[in-house]
Design a protein around this ligand. Structure first.
Ligand SMILES: [Zn+2]
Length: 198
């Protein structure tokens, strides 16, 4: 029987995406063996994240400053806005370095199954940003899943009243593909070949 402390840590880790109870237990044992080195580094890194990171009130990115480095960067193209489901998608796209504009993080996707409605996402804030003017193109970079595409269509409809060009990523994306799992070449291609929302 493992101690209560180990059980608590294992159960906390097993809730992380991609980690089940088995790998969580292995990670815990690995950390215990490296109490003085890797565990200390992990604690420091977690502390730094807890204390140093904030959510950008403009785009929803997570960074050490609000507005985030992307929103505050004057070299970014203010006329182009890329809408993504999650911060991980923003980071994946930004790593591809092909998109020079700014982002808007929805905080998820519409899902009848999970009961996620437009008001659970940052849709109203997106509409506010577009309504404020100065934006020519909105790129909808949702995942190529059914829910991602439903979300993209919903947003395209809501933005229809504004004089902006609405495009979406080209479907070189594998069906069911989640952006942050794509290699950068595929992602870059999907962005380069983006097409008007039909
Ligand atoms: Zn931002």
């Amino acid at each position: 029987m493992a101690s209560q402390e180990i059980e608590t840590l294992t159960s906390a880790l097993s809730r992380l995406p991609g980690l089940g109870p088995r790998s969580a237990r292995r990670a815990v044992l690995w950390l215990i063996k490296r109490r003085e080195t890797s565990l200390v580094q992990l604690l420091d890194a977690l502390d730094a994240v807890r204390e140093g990171l904030v959510e950008c009130r403009t785009c929803g990115n997570v960074d050490t400053s609000d507005p985030c480095a992307i929103c505050a960067d004057p070299r970014r193209d203010m006329r182009s806005l890329c809408v993504v489901e999650d911060v991980a998608d923003l980071w994946a796209l930004d790593r591809s370095r092909l998109f020079a504009g700014r982002y808007h993080v929805l905080g998820g996707r519409l899902s009848a199954l999970d009961g996620i409605r437009p008001e659970d996402l940052t849709v109203a804030k997106l509409i506010e940003r577009v309504a404020a003017g100065g934006i020519d193109e909105v790129v909808l970079a949702m995942n190529a899943t059914l829910e991602g595409q439903t979300t993209a269509h919903y947003i395209a409809e809501r933005l229809d009243i504004f004089p902006v060009r609405i495009t979406q990523l080209a479907h070189g994306l594998p069906v069911g593909g989640e952006l942050d799992y794509l290699d950068e070449g595929t992602l870059a291609q999907a962005l380069r070949a983006r097409r008007p929302m039909g």
